[in-house]
Design a protein around this ligand. Structure first.
Ligand code: TA6
Length: 287
C-alpha cells in the first residue's frame, strides 16, 4: 500500500491481505496482530513466544460481502439469523474506516476503526495490541429515538484439542442450549466438550477461562458492558456443512463470545453510549 498517514513505522502498516483486502499489520513490543478493514476483523493475535491466540480457518473466504471465518467477528446490530438479512448483522461484512492510531505509554499499539454511513448511531471499534488484546465496541445513539440492538465479539480461540480443554467461570449460570433447544443451568464442574455445543449464557458478567493443557496455557476472557456469553463448537456434522470451515478444524478451535444477545439486547436512549469491552490475556498453566 502507499504510505498511509496513520501508519506508525515499525508498529503499524497497511498492506494488501488475503483476497486483496486492506489489512493492518501491528507489531508491538509484546505481540503481533492483523486486522482487516473488512468487518474491522481481528484475524490474528500472537504474543511473542506463544502459539497464536486466535483460530483462523484455512478455508475462510476473504471477499466483499462474505464474513471471515475465525479471529474476532464483530457482530452488530443483531446476533444470529434474521429473515431476509445476513446472519449476525452487517458490521462484519462492511468495510470500516481507520480513523486513528497511537502508541500508548504502555507501549501497546492502539487503533480505532469506524463503521461508515451511520444511520442514527455511531460505531467505533477500538483495538489495543500489547501483552494482551483489548477490544471495545462503542455504540453511540445519535438519533432522537431509542435504539435497540444486539452486539457480540464472536471470538474464535486457537486451542490444542477440543477434547482436552475446559472452560470455567459460568457455574450456576442459566443458558439456552441451542442444540437441544432447552434452557438449563450450568453445574459446578468445568465445561468439557463431547459433541456440538452452542450455548447462550444469560445475565453473566463473569470472566471466563479456557484451560488448555496441550498448549500449557490458560486464556482469560475478561469483559465489561456484556450480559451474555456464548460458547460454541460446531463438532463434526456442522463442520462438514460449513463450506468456509475445514471438516476437521473443529478440533483446534472453540468460540467464547462476549456480548448482549436475545433477552440481553440493549435499548440505548438518545445520546447515550454502550461500550462492549473484552480483554484477552494468556499465561502458563504451570505457574
Ligand atoms: O455463536 C454461535 C453461532 O450463533 C452458531 O449458532 C453458529 O451459527 C455460529 O454462530 C457461526 O455463525 P456464522 O454465521 O458465522 O456461520
Amino acid at each position: 500500500m502507499n504510505d498511509h498517514p496513520l501508519e506508525i513505522p515499525g508498529h503499524l502498516t497497511l498492506t494488501a491481505g488475503e483476497g486483496g483486502l486492506p489489512k493492518i499489520l501491528v507489531e508491538s513490543a509484546f505481540s503481533r496482530a492483523e486486522i482487516y478493514l473488512h468487518g474491522a476483523h481481528v484475524t490474528q493475535f500472537q504474543k511473542h513466544g506463544e502459539p497464536p491466540l486466535l483460530f483462523m480457518s484455512a478455508a475462510s473466504e476473504f471477499a466483499a460481502g462474505k464474513p471471515i471465518r475465525g479471529g474476532v467477528p464483530v457482530i452488530f446490530p443483531w446476533f444470529g439469523g434474521r429473515d431476509g438479512h445476513p446472519a449476525h448483522g452487517f458490521a462484519r461484512t462492511t468495510e470500516w474506516e481507520l480513523v486513528s492510531t497511537a502508541i500508548l505509554p504502555s507501549q501497546a499499539v492502539q487503533l480505532i476503526l469506524r463503521l461508515p454511513d451511520p444511520d442514527g448511531y455511531e460505531v467505533d471499534f477500538v483495538v489495543t495490541v500489547g501483552d494482551q488484546l483489548s477490544m471495545e465496541l462503542r455504540v453511540t445513539n445519535t438519533s432522537e429515538q431509542p435504539f435497540t440492538f444486539e452486539n457480540c465479539l464472536h471470538t474464535y480461540f486457537h486451542i490444542s484439542s477440543i477434547s482436552d480443554i475446559s472452560i470455567t467461570g459460568l457455574s450456576n449460570t442459566q443458558y439456552h442450549d441451542k442444540v437441544a433447544d432447552l434452557v438449563a443451568t450450568e453445574g459446578h464442574e468445568p465445561i468439557r466438550f463431547q459433541g456440538e455445543m452452542d450455548r447462550v449464557y444469560f445475565n453473566t458478567t463473569a470472566t471466563t477461562e479456557i484451560a488448555d493443557p496441550g498448549f500449557g496455557r490458560k486464556i482469560c476472557i475478561a469483559k465489561s458492558g456484556s450480559q451474555s456469553t456464548v460458547v460454541w463448537n460446531p463438532w463434526i456434522a456442522k463442520s462438514i456443512r460449513m463450506p468456509d470451515f475445514g471438516d476437521e478444524e473443529f478440533v483446534g478451535m472453540v468460540c467464547v463470545e462476549s456480548g448482549n444477545v436475545a433477552d440481553d439486547q440493549i435499548t440505548l436512549p438518545p445520546g447515550d453510549r454502550a461500550v462492549l469491552a473484552v480483554n484477552l490475556s494468556s499465561e502458563s498453566l504451570f505457574i
